[in-house]
Design a protein around this ligand. Structure first.
Ligand code: HPA
Length: 268
């Protein structure tokens, strides 16, 4: 996807330069309501970006101040399972990089694979497994990006330490774990979940990995928080449904928002 026109359109609409990009996952949309002097740019107004489709995803960039800092919020995201290319999925990160953000904070909803991370848990992502088997980095190297980005510390250790510290200060229980990124859109089978557990994963979700790959290729530090919305398949007798994921996201979203507000001043 060609980013020049999108970048021009976005620059024309934004009244300033954001310090960081914050990607809002399922249920975290309400953070938008806390933005001071918000300027909303629907994805549909950005050339090359489709209007986002999944229920619970608003589909817009929102520029404004959170905890006193100018941020670009991405309310709603593109998923591979919607049929979007990895380029489209990671386009918001690449656009933010070209706008000059210095870091990326990603939130997502995920299934809990281990008994230690029941629904409602917050997990600071320490590493991931790319089980989507797709990458936005395939193809010509984009301006400002690396051909072979180092992934030995994909989630910035300093930023993770800051998030853990703020969580402790606010007495918000925070786990650390490995995020397994899968293609979806079906939820996993119990056997797949057992496989993921043996592979070292703690949580599983259908997003984040393409965005993180693009950010790391552009040398942007990344930090990611998974909100566990459900037991992964086989850990509970109940079947999984998307409505439940959204509701759990909304219930815990207040805590995540509190943590995000506390972390924002500590982003680079
Ligand atoms: N699996 C995959 N993606 C998810 C899940 C899950 O259990 N919950 C929320 N996103």
């Amino acid at each position: 996807m060609e980013l020049d026109d999108a970048l021009t359109a976005l620059r024309r609409r934004l009244p300033g330069t954001p310090d960081a990009l914050v990607v809002l996952g399922s249920g975290l949309g309400p953070l938008v309501a806390e933005v001071v002097d918000p300027v909303k740019v629907p994805f549909a107004d950005v050339p090359g970006l489709p209007a986002a489709g999944v229920a619970g995803h608003g589909g817009a960039f929102v520029f404004g101040r959170v905890s006193g800092r100018p941020l670009l919020l991405q309310a709603g995201r593109f998923h591979l399972y919607e049929g979007h290319s990895p380029e489209v999925v990671s386009a918001p990160v690449r656009l933010a990089a070209r706008l000059g953000v210095k870091s990326v904070l990603v939130t997502n909803a995920a299934g809990g694979i281990r008994r230690t991370v029941p629904p409602g848990s917050l997990v600071l992502v320490e590493d991931h497994l790319n089980l989507m088997f797709r990458s936005p980095l395939v193809g010509p190297v984009m301006e400002g990006e690396d051909r072979f980005p180092d992934m030995s510390a994909p989630y910035d250790p300093d930023l993770r330490a800051s998030v853990a510290e703020e969580a402790r200060r606010l007495k918000i229980p925070l786990h650390q774990g490995v995020y397994a990124g899968v293609l979806g859109p079906s939820y996993e089978t119990p056997s797949e979940i057992r496989m993921l557990e043996r592979m070292g994963a703690h949580v599983v979700g259908m997003s984040t990995v393409p965005e993180v790959l693009a950010a790391r290729s552009g040398q942007l530090p990344v930090v990611a928080l998974s909100l566990v919305t459900n037991w992964a398949a086989g850990l509970s007798p109940d079947p999984l449904n998307h409505q439940e994921v959204l509701e759990a996201g909304e219930r815990a979203s207040k805590t995540v928002r509190r943590l995000v507000r506390a972390v924002v001043p500590r982003l680079p």
